[in-house]
Design a protein around this ligand. Structure first.
Ligand SMILES: Nc1ncnc2c1ncn2[C@@H]1O[C@H](COP(=O)(O)OP(=O)(O)OP(=O)(O)O)[C@@H](O)[C@H]1O
Ligand SMILES: [Mg+2]
Length: 514
């Protein structure tokens, strides 16, 4: 805890961790130049900045994963070299990655102790097994995750996997715990739980570094905010100075007005629905299945808690997951959708939730990734193809402000948020009849969020129907013309714009029928 000092007296506490004049270059990209940072025990420091500002790079340096070109790192005043993750861990620095680092084919417990299985608990493997299971249960309880330690990780939702990753870090007794966008796949309840966990850790003298594009959370939890812009320090705020507008200004260098959707943004809807789903069921469905409609020019929000079955519904609709029963109509015509190619042929597009796994080819260039679903439109004339692809890719990079040294850069080398933008762009610019977006702005900075929202408004003004799955209640309230709420693989209700409120959504999302 920081000791209270009078205004005249500077704090004398030695920083737990101190970073000075850190620089890092990747080929042509200067990711960090001359950055400084001080971390004290028992404080929560939020690190904010636009996509590509250098936040993850700085934290990977602290985690021993990336070696800086220049600069000094001190722990409690002592200069240190952090040249491997295990070294950083020994010094009490634990990093939870933006892109989760778990083994899908192992159990939750195996993931919690990966690489450092408990060796105590007696000579018998059985006793050790019991001890690990007990310890696992304790860790899972700390993050409020109610699954068996023996559950296979692949059966968990992205939100649940995130909690496993956090539990793993908690088990390492970190002094500095770095969380890189920990709540991006968590629903409200899990997020609240995590913020509680963070406050408990602060009480115990842990320093938590919290990277998030969700500025409301930063407001709620941070003792101090540090801003990065273009790889440089962009300023700092104390607890009393922290507010939303000031943070946006610090990150982006200007104000950003997230325009609230209104009647003028919706396209004409005198035509029939562009999508009509009747009692669609898949293997995990409960009850009679999900029915809903999306009219042209409309944004239908799909709300629910993590694990409510929204992604599974979208995957079934799109032909990724087998349909057990039910019908799908596009513009009144019964659609035979057995695989994604069928859905695409009918004018549908899906931007998946797990974009790293399903949306991007990491080794492929930005241009290649953007062009991939569009080969038919680009292949009209072979000669034209390359220049067309280049043109489209350049447009994407400019309109969504994708931070890159060029369109030839492999997508895997972009910052997390910029990868999201590439996947979004390749579908958005295609103008499908029906666009399904699964967590469209997860991990995306506030400036790009505005660009994406504006693109969505534009598409709907042109008559595109959008079904938007989002765990970000603010986003649901901000963008939806209508909201469908899911709970445990069932639809629990539907709300018109007039009926929309945080309370009405949460009531349905927790399972009470309206
Ligand atoms: N392995 C790499 N190879 C090449 N360039 C890289 C690599 N990793 C990061 N970069 C570049 O360094 C810059 C900073 O990236 P970084 O991931 O630190 O950003 P960030 O602030 O975490 O962004 P986001 O909010 O999107 O996660 C970006 O321009 C990125 O393209
Ligand atoms: Mg990052």
């Amino acid at each position: 805890m920081t000791v209270a000092t009078s205004a005249m007296e500077p704090p004398v506490q030695t920083p737990l961790l101190e970073v000075e004049r850190i620089s890092k270059r990747y080929g042509g990209a200067q990711a960090l130049s001359g950055v400084g940072l001080r971390l004290y025990a028992g404080e929560v420091v939020a690190l904010i900045g636009e996509n590509g500002a250098g936040k993850s790079t700085l934290m990977k340096i602290l985690g021993g994963i990336v070696i800086p070109d220049e600069g000094e790192i001190r722990i409690v005043g002592q200069p240190v070299r952090l040249s491997s993750p295990s070294q950083a861990m020994d010094l009490g620095i634990s990093l939870i990655h933006q892109e989760l680092n778990l083994a899908d084919n192992l159990s939750v417990e195996a993931n919690l102790f990966l690489g450092r299985e408990l060796t105590w608990g007696g000579p018998l493997g059985l006793a050790r097994g019991k001890a690990m299971e007990a310890k696992s249960r304790e860790l899972l309880a700390r993050v409020g995750l109610n699954v068996s330690p023996l559950e296979r990780l692949s059966n968990l939702t992205p939100g649940q996997k995130q909690l496993v990753e956090i539990a793993r870090s908690l088990s390492m007794d970190a002094r500095v715990l770095i969380m890189d966008e920990p709540t991006s796949s968590l629903a409200q309840k899990e997020t609240d739980r995590l913020l509680e966990v963070i406050r408990e850790l602060r009480q115990q003298g842990v320093c938590v570094v919290y990277i998030s594009h969700r500025l409301r959370e930063v407001e709620a939890v941070a003792d101090r905010v540090v801003g990065l812009r273009d790889g440089k320090n962009a300023g700092e705020m104390t607890r009393a100075q922290i507010n939303y507008a000031a943070m946006v200004q610090m990150m982006v260098g200007r104000e950003v007005d997230l325009h609230q959707r209104n009647a003028a943004d919706s396209g004409a809807s005198d035509r029939g629905p562009v999508l009509r789903v009747e009692k669609l069921r898949h293997a995990l469905s409960r009850g009679e299945g999900v029915s809903l409609e999306v009219r042209p020019g409309e944004i239908v929000g799909m709300a629910g808690l993590v694990g409510a079955g929204r992604t599974e519904f979208a995957e079934t609709l799109f032909g990724i997951r087998p349909r057990v029963s039910g019908q799908v109509y596009l513009e009144g015509q019964l659609g035979k959708i057995q695989r994604p190619a069928d859905a695409i042929a009918l004018g549908m597009a899906l931007v998946p939730e797990d974009r790293r796994q399903h949306g991007l080819i990491l080794a492929e260039s930005i241009g290649g990734n953007i062009a991939l679903p569009n080969l038919d439109t680009h292949q009209v004339a072979r000669l034209l193809r390359f220049s067309k692809i280049r043109h489209t890719a350049h447009q994407g990079v400019t309109s969504l402000r994708i931070r890159t040294t060029g369109i030839a850069k492999p997508a895997g080398q972009l910052s997390g948020g910029n990868q999201q933008k590439v996947v979004l762009y390749k579908w958005l610019h295609r103008q499908p009849k029906l666009l399904i977006l699964d967590e469209p702005t997860r991990g995306v900075d506030v400036g790009a969020k505005k660009e994406i929202y504006d693109l969505m408004h534009d598409l709907t003004r042109k008559g595109v129907g959008i079904l938007m799955i989002s765990s970000d209640l603010e986003e649901i309230l901000h963008l939806s013309d209508r909201v469908v709420v899911m709970h445990e693989h069932q639809k629990t209700g539907e709300l018109t714009r007039a009926q929309l409120s945080e309370e009405s959504i949460m009531r349905l999302a927790t399972g009470s029928q309206s």
